[in-house]
Design a protein around this ligand. Structure first.
Ligand SMILES: NC(=O)c1ccc[n+]([C@@H]2O[C@H](COP(=O)([O-])OP(=O)(O)OC[C@H]3O[C@@H](n4cnc5c(N)ncnc54)[C@H](O)[C@@H]3O)[C@@H](O)[C@H]2O)c1
Length: 370
């Protein structure tokens, strides 16, 4: 089997799970090497994961003929620059979310990859996991009839109590919608199809916030982006869904994500996980929800699943599911929530989108992760 080699740009907070899963879970990809603006992060990661190469910078990484795919796990405001440079250097790219926080930049990256005949894709890949894929199967098998709506709710007091360097979350490209929204919007469009029109309202409850995690405890951050964002989407099918994201409130309600059909409703797992806390179905007339067993693979933390699937598609010459058309649709929808709020009007969505076909067992090479 041909293994594709991955070059990491950025080895910050999220890199550990990618390094671990590439080494332990997926058989068709391996690590070529890593780079980071902070060399000590590379030294620490290289020691822990026994990594063969540390590059001086991303351009040295792009120049390595051994690197097949560049993994861009820099901060959101850095995604465009890194992805563009990698594509121009002739590399396939898999990027953390969002593709870019700027819609025009996201469109440019999408077009550049097409023009160069390169694969471009990225996070989230949780929609490929057991949870969302089980929900997809329930819907396709007719368990809730015709889908007419959905509702999701991602509310917290923000990640500054655990993330060691949370500043980017409140800078351009961050905020609860651009940071967490991609998980929810990607899940919605996979389950409900293309969005045609949205409206939104946004606000910013705090101008400054203290970091409460250990490394930078007490440091005050400026909040540059909306942190309380409500969005409503109309789908091509006629269905409507609402997405609420905030980093401003105290709540113990947890994550809420439901899809409504003419014959029943589904409680969807948190799309920031691969299947937790499970799938529940309420059929029309039933007294209570029933627990539905997950009927697909990858229910544990399988980050890099989308990357492994993209690698498989590169070898086969087929279209990967966590692709840039999907990422672009997500960026356009999220940007349109902001635009709708700023301009006090509904905003039409232009990008085309078609959900990928469902995952089947053992489709992605590697050990089953359950
Ligand atoms: N932290 C999480 O739990 C989490 C979860 C899912 C997704 N993500 C996403 O992953 C991405 C990274 O998040 P993070 O939390 O790891 O951030 P982080 O700040 O901890 O790490 C980002 C790293 O990228 C490096 N970097 C930036 N530009 C670079 C360049 N040109 N060359 C080399 N290195 C460069 C920085 O030095 C930094 O070490 C973001 O898009 C975030 O939304 C994070």
């Amino acid at each position: 089997m041909k293994k594709l080699k991955i070059g990491f740009v950025g080895v910050g907070c999220i890199s550990g799970i990618y390094l671990k899963n590439i080494q332990n879970t997926f058989d068709n990809i391996e690590i070529a090497g890593i780079c980071d603006l902070e060399p000590e992060k590379c030294t620490a990661a290289a020691e822990k994961f026994n990594i063969p190469k540390i590059y001086g910078d991303m351009y040295e990484l792009f120049a390595d003929p051994e690197v097949d795919i560049v993994l861009n796990i820099t901060r959101p405001y850095e995604h465009y620059e890194v992805t563009k440079a990698a594509l121009l250097a002739g590399k396939h790219v898999y990027s953390e979310k969002p593709l870019s926080p700027d819609l025009n930049e996201a469109r440019e990256l999408y077009a550049l990859a097409k023009e160069k005949g390169l694969y471009l894709g990225g996070a989230p890949d949780t929609f490929l996991g057991a949870g969302i894929q089980t929900v997809k199967k329930l819907i396709e098998d007719g368990y809730i009839g015709r889908v007419i709506g959905g509702r999701a709710h991602m509310a917290s007091r923000g990640p500054e109590n655990w993330h060691p360097d949370p500043e980017f979350v409140y800078q351009y490209g961050g905020g609860p919608m651009f940071d967490m929204g991609p998980y929810y919007v990607t899940a919605f469009i996979n389950l409900m199809g293309r969005v045609t029109e949205v409206c939104g309202m946004t606000s910013r409850s705090f101008e400054r916030r203290p970091i409460t995690s250990e490394k930078k405890y007490g440091k005050i951050m400026d909040v540059e982006v909306p942190t309380y964002v409500e969005g409503i989407m109309r789908f091509e099918s006629g269905a409507i869904a609402q997405l609420f994201t905030t980093f401003d409130i105290c709540t113990k309600s947890g994550i809420l994500f439901e899809i409504y059909g003419t014959e029943g409703s589904i409680r969807v797992p948190d799309p920031n996980t691969f299947g937790e806390p499970g799938v529940q179905l309420l059929r029309l007339g039933a007294e209570k929800y029933e627990n539905i067993p997950l009927v697909r693979n990858y229910s544990g933390n399988s980050r890099a699943l989308g990357l492994a699937e993209m690698a498989e598609c590169i070898v086969d010459g087929t279209l990967h599911r966590a692709n840039s058309a999907q990422q672009l649709h997500v960026v356009e929808i999220m940007s349109a929530f902001y635009r709708s709020s700023d301009e006090h009007r509904f905003v039409k969505i232009e990008s085309d989108y078609e959900p990928g076909k469902p995952m089947s067992f053992y489709e992605v090479t590697g050990k089953t992760y359950v």
